[in-house]
Design a protein around this ligand. Structure first.
Ligand SMILES: Cc1cc2nc3c(=O)[nH]c(=O)nc-3n(C[C@H](O)[C@H](O)[C@H](O)COP(=O)(O)OP(=O)(O)OC[C@H]3O[C@@H](n4cnc5c(N)ncnc54)[C@H](O)[C@@H]3O)c2cc1C
Length: 417
């Protein structure tokens, strides 16, 4: 693999930039692999990377029905934080934040991780009580979390409107300074490049249409739009399409798929220093390195596989943004889009084994899985390689919906971006 460095940039600049190699190969599928990963989003690519790097399992194919990173990984608003309420959630998201902190160096690829701080606004007495509970729980786990008054929140984020004369005035906020953003495409490309260099075959435009099982019930491979591919183990990491893929093996998932939208404005000069989220009025905003304001909405009210979403959801979010930052009333929006998020009843992911031998699943990240990408791939690779979960994902079982050991972030936060 060609390494990026200041020296290599200068050397190739003098050569007219003609000696750069493709970042990854475009291989034909082999007849069989040790592991097939379904879904080349960030989680699938990270899983393949860590399988090869940490477990020496390199006879791996990762299949995607479209292009790598073209699912939710390339559609999200890139918020990263670990200030969740439950021990299991704090464990996995903090594991991810620690990996984010060294990821550009690990992958030799700039994923543009920017720890600019995430402010979560409180608007009601209930918000204040709930957010202070989060702050205390986070600190007990060694996760950085602060409670700010409305004035302190405005000092941290000067464009914020803290006037009391609005529908939902800001009455305080939590701050996680190590939270922030990263460049989503770069995350997919960095993991793809790293996995490819370790021998993983990334096969795009290859839709999985069936999961084949042997007489003993264990998986034997996948039917695809490019023919049958044998596999000793299969990891399904297909986000909003997970329940469709798992049904191919006869497994019914506790998932619902909803459209979730985002939109960006025209680019403006840097003026928004952090990430701001408001669960109550349901809007979140940050400024990209290109200067666009990146704005996220809530899920549609109805399940659907359309990657668009209802117009009223976007306009409701813009109403909220204009209330939070009135000067943005003059901004023009450039474009909007949607992704299909896979939501579990307790709004926590499922990462683990399934009733089918050799079949593993990583899903249910809903509206908030981008931030977990490195941690999720890391523990899922361990789960596939060893056949049993890593301590960090031990609680995120499929069985919890039968046994009742829920990790109820839905009740804790009502939103999980
Ligand atoms: C608008 C929006 C905003 C968001 N904002 C945030 C945020 O700010 N912070 C945050 O942490 N999270 C956020 N999320 C959630 C986050 O994007 C996802 O949880 C995360 O990216 C999921 O990654 P993934 O790799 O599991 O899925 P994906 O990136 O969706 O990858 C799944 C892949 O599976 C492929 N696939 C599906 N079916 C098949 C098949 N049959 N055969 C082969 N391939 C198949 C798809 O083509 C896709 O590429 C947001 C999501 C959206 C939509």
């Amino acid at each position: 693999m060609q390494r990026f460095s200041a020296f290599s940039l200068v050397r190739r600049a003098f050569g007219g930039h003609r000696s750069w190699q493709a970042q990854w190969r475009t291989p034909e599928p082999k007849p069989a692999y040790d592991v097939v990963i379904v879904g080349a989003g960030g989680h699938g690519l990270a899983t393949a990377y860590y399988l090869a790097k940490e477990h020496g399992i390199r006879n791996v194919a990762i299949l995607d029905k479209g292009w790598l990173g073209g699912g939710n990984t390339g559609r999200n608003t890139t918020i990263i934080r670990s200030n969740y309420l439950f021990d299991e959630s704090m464990g996995i998201y903090e594991h991810a934040v620690k990996l984010w902190e060294g990821l550009s160096r690990e992958l030799n690829y700039n994923v543009m991780y920017s720890a600019r701080g995430v402010l979560m606004l409180a608007h009601t007495v209930h918000d204040v009580q709930s957010f202070k509970r989060h702050v205390h729980a986070n600190r007990l786990k060694g996760i950085d979390a602060e409670w700010l008054t409305a004035e302190q929140a405005k000092d941290f984020c000067p464009p914020l409107n803290i006037s009391p004369n609005v529908r939902y005035p800001v009455v305080g906020a939590t701050l996680q300074r190590r939270g922030g953003t990263a460049r989503h495409d770069a995350v997919a490309w960095g993991y793809a490049r790293g996995a490819d260099a370790l021998g993983v075959d990334i096969i795009q435009n290859c839709e999985v249409t069936g999961l084949r099982r042997g007489a003993d019930g264990a998986v034997t491979g996948v039917e695809t739009s490019r023919g049958f591919i044998g596999a000793k183990k299969i990891g399904v990491v297909a986000a909003g399409n997970t329940s469709v893929v798992m049904a191919m093996a006869g497994v019914r998932m506790p998932l619902e798929s909803f459209p979730l939208q985002a939109l960006v404005s025209e680019p403006v000069k840097p003026d928004f220093p952090c990430v701001v989220m408001s669960n109550t009025i349901h809007a979140y905003i940050s400024q990209s390195d290109k200067g666009e304001m990146v704005i996220g909405a809530g899920t549609d009210a109805y399940t659907s596989y359309s990657q668009t979403g209802g117009l009223h959801i976007a306009t409701h979010t813009l109403d909220a943004i204009c209330e939070l930052v009135p000067m943005y009333r003059r901004l023009r929006m450039l474009r909007n889009w949607g992704g299909i998020v896979d939501v579990t009843p307790d709004r926590s992911p499922i990462i683990g084994t399934t009733p089918v031998p050799g079949l593993f699943v990583n899903c249910g990240w809903g509206t908030g899985g981008f931030k977990a990408t490195p941690g999720s791939g890391h523990v899922f690779a361990h789960t596939i390689a060893t056949g049993s979960p890593h301590a960090i994902n031990a609680g995120f079982t499929l069985d919890r919906f039968r046994d009742g050991f829920l990790i109820d972030e839905a009740a804790a936060a009502a939103v999980a971006h």
